[in-house]
Design a protein around this ligand. Structure first.
Ligand code: DAH
Length: 362
């Protein structure tokens, strides 16, 4: 409420009383205008309080209008204009906040909704994830599902069921991180362990691929790491032949690299396949002419494969007289390195954003 004129600041004391009063009122009205300008309603109730304070029967404006008669006649016109200004500003505020409460926004928000949003840096898929997804998609098209197994394995699933006899030198090819020796529990050295788990638990026909992380006690270099990723493939049914294996892998190589990619199979050895082979693809950098990627041979090795050894089928309670199948296993890093011309395996696990960002558009 407007204070009584007699309560005016003492420094007006030298003015004649009627001027003191007018001067004081002018100051007071300026303060009230400022109060209205700064007012923000946070709710409808708050706005109503504001309305009553200024426009109510006993409100500020009613009081100021009532004082008109006390104002020096010469000053009344100016005084009337100030009070009117107060009234107009009060009504403008009321209209503004009433409209904003009528729209859905209850907060009386006055910000500029057309301003650009705050920048949110977007991440991207890791190249290993991209390649794994691509492999999964390619095999999904020919009826393969995805299966996964644990990264910590017992000796049976990682070695014995896969026909690696104890003390057999083939175990040395996969230098193992043991968690305990008796019983032998280790970090899996390959995803072939998932084959065993699937065969133990599924009746043929089986068509599955098993992507996952594997671990080997290798010195870290541009070409080797103590952990990396593999995708295992397994197909078990009646009358599955080596020709089926070759055709499935040719399809994969062409989908993954390019339609004119050639493959070749070289005899090899794995305890769990018989016969076993390693597959090369024609070098996708030089088209087979010879370059430093393919060491001037025109071919690069990408996976191991073979017909599942009947002993493995029997270990997993599958009738080897009735069923046969093929299996293959490849390193995801290796495929990614060949596809994107990455020369150092360590790049995949160093989290260097300059490297990772290059895959954001893929
Ligand atoms: N497990 C093998 C390794 O890590 C790769 C492999 C070779 C998997 C032949 C297979 C296969 O399924 O048939 O070296």
């Amino acid at each position: 409420m407007v204070p009584q004129p007699t309560a005016g600041p003492f420094f007006f004391g030298y003015l004649p009383p009627f001027l003191q009063f007018n001067y004081y009122m002018e100051e007071k009205i300026k303060e009230l205008l400022e109060e209205i300008r700064e007012f923000r309603a946070d709710s409808k109730e708050h706005l109503e309080q504001f309305r009553i304070r200024f426009l109510g029967k006993k409100g500020v404006l009613a009081d100021l209008f009532a004082r008109m008669k006390d104002i020096e006649p010469a000053m009344r016109k100016d005084y009337g204009m100030w009070v009117n200004e107060l009234k107009v500003k009060t009504e403008e505020k009321l209209t503004h906040f009433r409209e904003s409460f009528e729209s859905t926004d209850e907060s009386g928000f006055e910000g500029d909704l057309t301003l650009p949003g705050e920048y949110m840096p977007l991440g991207s898929l890791h190249p290993i994830t991209l390649v794994r997804n691509r492999i999964v998609d390619i095999f999904a098209k020919i009826g393969f599902n995805v299966s996964e197994g644990p990264e910590i394995e017992d000796d049976w699933h990682n070695f014995s069921a896969l026909n690696f006899p104890e003390e057999h030198p083939a175990r040395d090819m996969q230098d193992t991180f043991f968690i305990s020796l008796d019983p032998a529990i280790s970090l899996r050295t390959h995803t072939s362990s998932v084959q065993v788990r699937v065969m133990e638990n599924t009746k043929p026909p089986i068509r599955t691929i098993s992507p996952g992380r594997v671990f080997r006690n290798e010195a870290i270099s541009a070409r080797a790491h103590c952990f990396f990723h593999q995708v295992e493939g397994l197909y078990i049914d009646e009358n599955v032949s080596f020709a089926d294996l070759k055709q499935a892998l040719l399809y994969f190589a062409r989908e993954m690299f390019s339609a004119d990619t050639k493959i070749r199979l070289r005899p090899s050895f794995f305890p769990f396949t018989e016969p076993s082979a390693e597959m090369d693809i024609s070098c996708n950098f030089c088209g087979g002419k010879g370059c430093n990627i393919c060491k001037y041979t025109g071919w690069v090795e990408i996976l191991g494969c073979g017909m599942v050894d009947p002993a493995v089928l029997e270990n997993c309670r599958i009738d080897a007289g009735r069923y046969s199948g093929f299996a293959f296993g490849m390193g995801i890093e290796r495929i990614a390195m060949l596809k994107y011309d990455i020369r150092d395996l360590r790049m995949f696990s160093e989290n260097d954003l300059r490297f990772l960002r290059q895959f954001s558009g893929i």
